[in-house]
Design a protein around this ligand. Structure first.
Ligand SMILES: *Cc1c(COP(=O)(O)O)cnc(C)c1O
Length: 400
């Protein structure tokens, strides 16, 4: 097996998304091969001994390395502009591997409170049992983050833009705070994908993905990834945690994700353009009290969003209806085309009422804090004709 001849170093994003990281076997397959195998055969006892002694010398077992998973890791690393990437079985496994790999009892995390719903119990309940405590920051103002840092802080964790209310955090400012504190900054980049935002360009140490979302792009498989410096991932404890504890990405899912990455650039351009159009349309509708979309010039963090993201930004749009939960349910129930589902980052537009679903495990006071109100509806804009999505959403407005 050998890497193909492609010279990745100077190529554009769209080219890297199609070609970076491909390994080709002696059969010369054009599409990436799916190595659906748990272990690898050695030519001799000596070779087996050498592989076990030095895992970089070749494949041993798919919990350690697998060529299809490697191709996905190399391609995503090229897209994020990172030295290295490690894949995991889901986005939550990537977050778990990061904290289990890097932190120890007594360390503290400073985390945004506007993060994916499962991050709160992971840090508050599970990591707390191992002596890792978390200070939660609600504000996007860097001075609030600075105030939360203590001598025990080892990791700053942020999701930007945040889901579902699309708050924007200043990656470069948080990175400076982390550096000064001797901590790492991890950015969950799942809402934008590297097609729209590359946190390493703003000095983030780690970029975390739920590959389940836009990287797959068609709602098929779960996957996750951590991108960053080789030293931090390979020697810092994250790789050791993954290969020992086993939250690995399946080769089949890696293969599906490789195919997903090939279309990432054109998909994200279309998702983003459709979202921009639908956000403007929503802002004009009766019964809408607020539209959450950083691509709109009226958004409080519009300038920062446009500095950090390309195009018109992430394809999530949230909006608030005056009539609270009752109006939100009537609206959602009147739609026919868009899918009522909690997932996002799909070719199919999805609609959900966060307060009773994705954020339903939070207490009312916590939901109020992060802006998940009873009238809030979240859309993940897909690849259908935006006119047809608007026509479907118009059914919702008619039902109010
Ligand atoms: C979905 C999601 C996750 C978790 O990913 P899974 O693949 O479902 O484990 C983490 N962060 C964000 C922003 C997400 O949307």
């Amino acid at each position: 097996m050998s890497a193909n001849d492609n010279d990745s170093s100077s190529q554009d994003f769209a080219t890297l998304a199609v070609r970076a990281g491909q390994l080709r076997s002696e059969f010369g397959e054009h599409s990436e091969a799916l190595y659906l195998t748990s272990s690898f055969v050695f030519r001799s006892a000596e070779e087996a001994a050498e592989r076990f002694r030095n895992p970089e010398s070749g494949n041993v077992y798919t919990r350690f390395t697998n060529p299809t998973v490697n191709m996905f890791q190399q391609r995503l690393a090229a897209l994020e502009g990172s030295e290295c990437c490690l894949a995991t079985g889901s986005g939550m496994a990537a977050i778990l591997a990061t904290v289990m790999g890097l932190l120890k009892a007594g360390d503290e995390i400073v985390s945004s409170k506007r993060v994916f719903g499962s991050v709160l119990p992971l840090f508050n309940q599970i990591m707390a049992r191992f002596g890792v405590t978390t200070r939660w920051v609600l504000s996007a103002d860097p001075t609030a983050w600075q105030a939360a840092v203590s001598p025990k802080t080892r990791l700053l964790f942020v999701e930007t833009p945040s889901n579902p209310t699309l708050q924007i955090y200043d990656i470069a400012a948080l990175s400076a705070i982390a550096k000064k504190a001797g901590a790492w900054l991890a950015v969950d980049n799942c809402v934008c994908s590297p097609a729209l935002q590359r946190p390493i360009e703003f000095s983030a140490d780690l970029v975390i993905h739920s590959a389940t979302k836009f990287l797959d792009g068609q709602g098929r498989v779960l996957g996750g990834a951590i991108c960053g410096k080789r030293e931090l991932l390979m020697d810092g404890g994250i790789y050791n945690f993954i290969r020992t504890a086993g939250p690995v990405l399946s080769p089949f899912n890696a293969w599906v994700l490789l195919k997903g990455l090939e279309t990432l650039a054109i998909r994200m351009a279309a998702h983003s353009a459709h979202a921009a159009r639908i956000a403007v349309w929503l802002a004009d509708q009766k019964g809408v009290t607020r539209v959450f979309y950083p691509g709109l010039t009226g958004h409080a963090k519009h300038d920062l969003a446009m500095k950090q993201q390309s195009g018109s930004g992430a394809p999530l749009v949230a909006f608030e209806l005056a009539g609270g939960r009752d109006a939100a349910f009537r609206f959602i129930n009147a739609t026919r085309t868009v899918s009522i589902t909690g997932n996002m980052g799909d070719a199919k537009t999805t609609i959900i009422h966060p307060a009773t679903t994705t954020h339903g495990r939070l207490a009312q006071a916590e939901r109020d804090e992060v802006g998940v109100t009873e009238g809030l509806i979240r859309l993940s804009i897909g690849l259908e004709s935006p006119a047809d999505v608007e026509a479907d959403l118009a059914r919702g407005f008619k039902a109010l």
